[in-house]
Structures are given as structure tokens and as C-alpha cells.
Design a protein around this ligand. Sequence first.
Ligand SMILES: C[S@@+](CC[C@H](N)C(=O)[O-])C[C@H]1O[C@@H](n2cnc3c(N)ncnc32)[C@H](O)[C@@H]1O
Ligand code: SF4
Ligand code: SF4
Length: 415
Amino acid sequence: MLNNICSPPFFTAEIFGDGRVFCCCPAYTKIKEIGNIYCQTWDEVWNSDIAREFREKIKKGDYSSCYTNFCDPQFFPLCQELKYVDPEKLDINNPKARIVKLSMDASCNVACTICRSKIRCNQDESRTRFLDSKTDIILETLKDAEIVNFTGSGDPFASKHVRRLIKIINEKYPNIKFNFHTNGTLCDERNLKELGVIDKLSTIEISLHSATKSTYDKIVKYGNWERVNKNLDFLSGLIKQGKLDELQLNFVVFSENFRAIPDFIELCKKYNAKAFLWQYRPLGGIYDFDSVDVTSPLHKNHKEFIQIMTNIDSNNPNLFMSPLFKKYTQIKDVEQYNLFASIIANQIAERYESKHCAFDKRFQALENSVQILLDKVGTSKVDKILLFLKKIFSLKNKYKKIINKEKLLRFWHRN
Ligand SMILES: C[S@@+](CC[C@H](N)C(=O)[O-])C[C@H]1O[C@@H](n2cnc3c(N)ncnc32)[C@H](O)[C@@H]1O
Ligand code: SF4
Ligand code: SF4
């Protein structure tokens, strides 16, 4: 295992509507785009200096270009067998983009409260015409692809552009397989047949964020719980018949739905699906991030959330989750955790002045805090906490003075 490397940068790409291309996943890597298909050839983009430098780093086991609090070499929402492999089995010098995700159109038939405040569905005709006019360029990106994935930006079945493109891809690359990342409302037999992909499915990923109609209706505005479940029944049947390689259900965790996590995991079992618990990110949607982020010790429901996480069987082979969540599931002593959490919450609040801090920095601080808990520090815990706090506070001098052992101890005993 030690000599293995994280393989996605060697064979996965994601492309945005403005032409930018990302190696691996744009949400998990710090590197900016590796190129742009509207002003470079596909070969220039895929083997650009930025792309090659990133792969070189990964080859050496250097993950400093990754947001490892969201994604680490043990976690990637992609076929796990392909994820962490012996470099001998990879074409490192001349890699091919074998899985290409096209996230070019934001059109979607629903409006999830975590993603957008209103429906945006094929309203901008000039945008659709623009994307259609780029068809030849897009097709070129798929020349080595075994799988094309729609979509990280909207819903594949709701987008006129994507529907047209799927049919064109089918003609040009008859052996290519399809992954769909969708809200599931339109992912039914009729649509899959109409698009000509029913016998060419690889993975279908459906974002549910719930286990009951009432929670679903609160989050997926204009969705249809009954229809999604009917479609899941159908897709689960395809899994049993071997006509679909993998079914995944996604759940972005926040204050509106965290209590449904255990039921969601059960629901995934019912549908022969893998369960994915994702960390909420302030990407859009209708919420103030701090008011819904239960992963933070600052949140009023944090303790309840931790209690739920500690009761989850993290050894379930069909359950995948963000690295921070995994750590939460490993907390053995919830009372001890709560003691630490209250101190850490206070300090993080002061250090980052809550919502004005870059969210990845705050997540990093949280991750570190949980690591301290997991270290089971016993009697030396105050010293270790102190060290940790000094580390996260070292960026700002003005906070250094509030970190002293006496003050911390007083705080500790008061709580
Ligand atoms: C933008 S959607 C596009 C694909 C499809 N429409 C869907 O919802 O699955 C891509 C993924 O982002 C997730 N997502 C949306 N808003 C998010 C947020 N604020 N934080 C984290 N993930 C989010 C969705 O749940 C989905 O799994
Ligand atoms: S750790 Fe995550 S972001 Fe980094 S290369 Fe691996 S899969 Fe990509
Ligand atoms: S998360 Fe997906 S389904 Fe929900 S509004 Fe965004 S694009 Fe549509």
C-alpha cells in the first residue's frame, strides 16, 4: 500500500462550461485549471505543465496540492479499486483521460436549498447555443475516454444541451459508457432508453440528502420523492441484472438533515446502493453557512451530530464519507470530546471571527481538533491542546496573547 499512489490525476478530468479543465476533481485539488479547451488543443491541455507537475507530486506521495480534509488518498467518490494503485499499473508518462466529467451546463429541473435559490433550467438559449457550438471541441476530449460522466453542474436529464450531446457521443464513440450524477427525478427507463444509454451504464449517482419525503421536500424544491424512489427501484433492478455497475446515493450533511443519516444508510442497503456522506460547503444555496454547519463545534446541534456519528458503523464497506466524518465516527468518548469541543469552539470563533474565515482553513482547524481527541491524550491533554492552539493561531500575532496555559486551565475547569 505504501508504494501506491492516488491514481485519479492520471486518468480523470472535469471540464466546465467556460472551457476550463481540471485534473482529478476541482473541488478537492488546490491547483487551478490545467488548461482551457477553447484556446488549446486537448493534448496541450491534458499534458500541460501544470498537469504534469501535479502528477509528478502525486507520484512522489506529495498531497500538498489536495484539500486533504475533503479528500485524502483513502477517499475519492470514484471506483475505489481504481483510486489507490501501484504506479507500475499506471501509464504515468503518457496518461490517457479515461474518465471525463462534463460539467458544462447548470440547467436543472429542481432547486436544492444547498445549491441554488431558484430553478435554472434551459432559460438562457444563447448559452445553450454556445455550448452546442462547442460540440466538436468537446468530442475531442473524449478520444481516449472509456467513460463520460454527466454532470457536476446541473442535471443531465434536464439539460437540452446534455441530451443532444449524449446522442452525438453515442454515435461517435459507440463503445463509451456513461456515468450520471443526477437528482434522480428524470433518471427513468423511458429517458435512459430514449437517450440510447440503457445498455451502456457504468455508475449512477443520485443525490437524495434524506430518507423520508418530509426531509426531502424541505431540501429538494420542486423534486418528487415518490418518483425518485420509483426510479431507484428500477435502477436497483438493473444492478441485480448486472446492467448497471454501481449505484451511489449522496447525502450532503447539514442541520436540516443530519438526524436522517442512519435511516439514509438503511435506505441505501434497500436499493443495493453505496452511501456517500458529503461535507457541506458554502457553494451557493439559501443558507448562511455557520447556521447550518453542524460539523463545527460552534453549531448548536454539534453535540447531537457527534452522537449520531459515533453510532455509525464506519466499517460498512458500502459507506463512504469525507475524512472529517470518518474521524467523528471514531470518537469513543463523547463526553471527553464535548469538553474539548467547547474549548476549541471558543478559540476557533475568536481566531476566525466566524463566517469571515476561508472555509477550508476552518475545516483544517476542525480536523486537527478531532485528531487531538483521537490521540486519547489523557492527563497531558491540556498541553496537547495548547500546542494545537498555538499552531492554528500562529498566523495571527494578536491572538497569541490569549493562549496561555493558566487561562486555558481556568476555562477548562469552568466548563
Ligand atoms: C451540483 S450537483 C450536480 C449533479 C446533480 N444535479 C445532483 O444534484 O446530484 C453536484 C453535487 O454537488 C452536491 N452539492 C450541491 N450543493 C452542495 C453544497 N452546498 N455542499 C456540498 N455539496 C453540494 C450535490 O448534492 C451533488 O451531489
Ligand atoms: S487525494 Fe483526492 S484530490 Fe488529491 S489526487 Fe487523490 S483523489 Fe485527487
Ligand atoms: S444539487 Fe443538483 S439537483 Fe440540486 S439544484 Fe443543484 S444541480 Fe440541481
